[in-house]
Design a protein around this ligand. Structure first.
Ligand code: DGT
Ligand code: CA
Ligand code: CA
Length: 570
């Protein structure tokens, strides 16, 4: 470990302490970091002869931490601090120009908790109106985000999708097109997107390219050709548009939807049948005659297949299932009768229970579950028993006034280190249902985390396990636990596994949904919305469920209210 690396760890500690609002300590860590950085001798050598406490600014506590870093290469204290704060908030500070103070202000004043929300706020010009900010700083924030995105390379589905849909709608209208679609991983609704692909079918490609380039958010046209254009949008996103002849649209759409492995499989099937398949169509090998190309389903049909939804096209058995006529009838948005995971103003949400109830009603839901955080989660303003009871009263009151939608009173309750839940049983009993959640001590061993989850399952009030793996897309991997055992136990105990639809989570993932279904555990989709607009994240939850082969019978939200009651009370 070099001195600069050790200093960087201490500076990170200082940032996090500052973010938490701790006084004095951050400066102590900064001062120690600065002095260590400026030392001529490497600490590794220095400590063999001298006492670390002889370094200016390094007292007993910091010396111990430096020793731990030198011995182990990391610092447990830093890991613990990281666990206490929303992962997204740490990522805000990776944007150049955003330090802990700014991050905290963005959090407090605009309720921004992650890069996605920061980008949305900057794009809709909310940042420039903050005191001490302006057009310039807003612009720099956007540039900083674009930089970070280029570094990781992949965009989140929930971020890319609305951008692509708006652009698609614009091109469709401006060029008066019938045939236009998202393509690639975005059409397959994959959780992260490498680039945005659009495909149009038109015999007047010039008009389509003009419409594309004229979109208000286009910053620069990077490439413009007869069949393909590439633009960069103001927020840094890059979009490809391909235009093919109308008669070739189906073949091109099939090809550019992918995925690649799915396509390779289809090509080999075509080959076995004496045909060849490419982006222009399906042709007979002997005389090059066109077999199919106008419509996607024609291509599949001529290969002896039933067309399947794009979400399944990952070469995970969908081709075999299609041959045998065993494709699942996937869950759809129309099947969804409610949302199980919504935060209100009482904890860290932005809307009142009443606003949430009306928003759910407008969505045509039969029910919506209010699930604020429990008492131990201080950073998210978790509710004491007293405040929780107050919230229950408010919710009951609203139910009397708002009809046509049932407000379920739940809570997102911390699963403590020993697997206990964060409210006493008699309080849990008063709730309609309980979502148990792990938000702390992610670094337990696999055995410990498995026991922790199983212990939580043994509480009779536990209904749903929130974001079961704890992963945060592009930020934090899942914690360790025995997935088979836990999913199996969920099935046996009648506990649902959440598919958290929050764009940064999508947890369960598609593959985890497949596993849950295999083991017979039911899935409950919850948006984890912290504002009314985030109720729309249901789309990404349903998409992920579809990628996980889930059918309405596998998903708790597809049950009408009348059938829900028994399950929630277990
Ligand atoms: P991404 O952008 O990394 O999230 O993933 P995709 O699936 O969107 O991949 P992309 O953008 O490279 O290409 C779009 C589609 O074009 C892809 O899903 C399938 C098709 N494709 C691309 N390259 C090949 C290839 O080498 N062979 C075949 N058969 N299809 C390809
Ligand atoms: Ca792509
Ligand atoms: Ca592409």
């Amino acid at each position: 470990m070099r001195n600069s690396e050790i200093a960087a760890i201490l500076e990170e500690v200082a940032d996090l302490l500052e973010l938490k609002g701790v006084a004095f300590k951050p400066n102590a860590y900064r001062k120690a970091a600065r002095n260590i950085r400026e030392m001529k001798q490497e600490l590794e050598t220095y400590r063999k002869k001298e006492d670390l406490r002889a370094i200016p600014g390094v007292g007993e506590a910091i010396a111990k931490k430096v020793e731990e870093i030198l011995d182990t290469g990391s610092l447990r204290y830093l890991d613990e601090l990281k666990e206490e704060l929303p992962a997204g908030l740490l990522q805000l500070m990776e944007v150049p120009d955003i330090g802990p103070k700014t991050a905290m202000r963005l959090y407090k004043e605009l309720r921004i908790t992650n890069l996605h929300e920061l980008k949305a706020a900057a794009t809709s010009h909310q940042i420039r109106d903050l005191k001490g900010f302006g057009d310039k700083s807003e612009e720099r924030v956007l540039q900083g985000i674009a930089l970070l995105e280029r570094r990781s390379g992949r965009m989140l589905l929930g971020y890319a999708y609305p951008i692509a849909e708006r652009l698609r709608t614009h091109v469709q209208g401006a060029a008066r097109l019938k045939l236009i679609s998202l393509g690639g991983s975005l059409r397959r609704m994959k959780e992260t997107i490498g680039d945005i692909d659009l495909l149009a079918g038109s015999d007047d490609a010039g008009r389509v390219m003009d419409a594309f380039a004229s979109y208000q958010d286009v910053e620069e046209v990077l490439e413009r050709g007869p069949t393909k254009s590439v633009v960069r949008l103001k927020d840094g996103t890059q979009v490809d548009l391909r235009v093919v002849k109308e008669v070739e649209y189906g073949a091109a759409l099939q090809y550019f939807t992918g995925n690649k492995e799915h396509n390779v499989e289809l090509r080999s099937m075509a080959n076995d049948k004496g045909m060849k398949l490419n982006e222009y169509g399906l042709f007979r090998k002997d005389n090059n005659q066109v077999v199919a190309r106008e419509r996607e389903e024609d291509i599949y049909r001529e290969l002896g297949l039933r067309i399947m939804p794009p979400e399944l096209r990952e070469n995970r058995g969908e081709i075999q299932a299609s041959i045998k006529g065993l494709l699942p009838k996937l869950v759809e948005m129309e099947d969804v009768k409610g949302d199980f995971h919504v935060h209100s103003l009482a904890s860290d949400g932005a809307a009142t229970i009443e606003e949430i109830a009306y928003a759910a009603k407008r969505k045509g839901y039969e029910y919506v579950g209010i699930t604020d955080h429990s008492q131990s989660l201080g950073v998210a303003n978790g509710l004491s028993v007293e405040r929780l009871r107050g919230n229950m009263d408010i919710a009951r009151n609203i139910m009397e006034r708002v009809d046509g939608v049932k407000v379920l009173i739940g809570a997102e309750v911390e699963i403590l280190e020993d697997g206990g839940l964060d409210y006493p049983d008699k309080v849990l009993k008063e709730l309609d249902y309980v979502i148990g959640a792990v938000h702390s001590k992610f670094k337990m061993s696999e055995a410990e985390m498995t026991n922790r989850l199983l212990a939580a399952f043994s509480n009779e009030h536990m209904t749903i396990l929130a974001h079961p793996t704890g992963r945060v897309l592009e930020q934090r991997g899942p914690y360790l636990f025995d997935k088979e055992r836990v999913f199996q136990a969920a099935k046996e105990g009648g506990i649902c596994l959440e598919l958290n639809a929050y764009v940064e989570r999508l947890d369960l993932s598609d593959l985890d949904c497949i596993k849950a279904k295999e083991l017979g555990a039911r899935v409950a989709i919850g948006t984890d919305a912290h504002s009314l607009s985030q109720l729309d994240y249901m789309l990404y939850g349903v998409a992920t469920a579809r990628r996980g082969w889930l059918e309405p019978k596998d998903v708790l939200n597809c049950l009408p209210l009348s059938e829900l009651v028994d399950i929630l009370s277990r």
